[in-house]
Design a protein around this ligand. Structure first.
Ligand SMILES: [Zn+2]
Ligand SMILES: [Zn+2]
Length: 263
């Protein structure tokens, strides 16, 4: 694929980002990306270290500087990764309004006041169902263009849990996908699963197949890079997975307006 894009990228504008925006842009050009979206964390959960970290003015200034410096080689877009946006709809709406974001990812990183990587002390099935119920609420009422890493819990579960099998949660996952499609929204394929040893993207291929079968068309692709070495990693592999499932295009966004790129 000639037109490679990365729709899930962090910089040091995110509390856990390890790289400057300029460095990410340089790396993007080096590896041949055509378009990049800086989807920085924006979180409101009081227990989240990320809360209050994102500085829109600094971020926007850097976007402008990078567009001036690299804009002839790379399309640079403004985005956010909203944490649990269904729980903070009014606050998120107020923040996003009048700010010129191109693209919004909606993600779940917390269950209640607890970060996903904690030990919840719950049996496997119960924990996954609790997590997917939260994603379902996000799909129903949250603000986003695509749902971030739908099955990310599989990355954080205790080692004694079995390998994540989407089929065990098919009913609720299909409900998440149907709800998302009905709202005219989509999902992302997050390629970080490959480099983090999961051996599959997020979400798992079965979930992508259900999304396709249900008529889902809006799908963005991203590496979820917090370091420049991870930028754009496995995007081609992710595209191949999508092609194998049957998808003909991926989505890009400008000021919230969708566009499709053939794959
Ligand atoms: Zn995330
Ligand atoms: Zn992220």
């Amino acid at each position: 694929m000639k037109y490679l894009v990365d729709y899930h990228v962090h910089t040091d504008n995110s509390f856990d980002g390890k790289v400057s925006m300029a460095e990410q842009c340089e790396k993007a050009i080096e590896i041949g990306l055509k378009e990049i979206v800086f989807t920085e964390h924006y979180d409101l959960n009081p227990n989240d270290k990320s809360k209050g970290f994102f500085n829109y003015e600094k971020y926007s200034r850097e976007i402008e500087e990078c567009r001036q410096k690299y804009g002839d080689k790379l399309i640079i877009k403004k985005g956010l990764e909203l944490g649990e946006p269904h729980l903070y709809t009014a606050e998120h709406d107020a923040f996003i309004k009048d700010r010129d974001f191109d693209f919004l990812l909606g993600s779940v990183h917390f269950l209640g006041d607890i970060l996903l990587d904690a030990d919840f002390g719950l049996p496997e099935k119960e924990l996954y169902l609790k997590y997917f119920s939260e994603i379902l609420e996000l799909a129903k009422t949250g603000e986003f263009h695509t749902l971030g890493h739908i099955d990310v819990l599989k990355r954080y579960v205790p080692p004694h849990f079995k390998k994540f099998l989407a089929i065990n949660y098919e009913e609720i996952i299909r409900e998440i996908l149907t709800t998302t499609i009905k709202r005219g929204k989509g999902i992302e394929i997050n390629t970080s699963g490959f480099r983090q040893g999961l051996g599959e993207p997020l979400p798992a291929v079965e979930i992508l197949e259900w999304f396709y079968e249900l008529g889902g068309e809006v799908i963005t692709i991203g590496s979820d890079a917090h370091h420049s070495k991870d930028l754009g990693q496995d995007l081609e592999r992710g595209i191949n997975v999508l092609r194998d499932v049957g998808f003909k295009a991926i989505s890009t966004f400008s000021q919230g307006k969708i566009n499709f790129i053939d794959i």
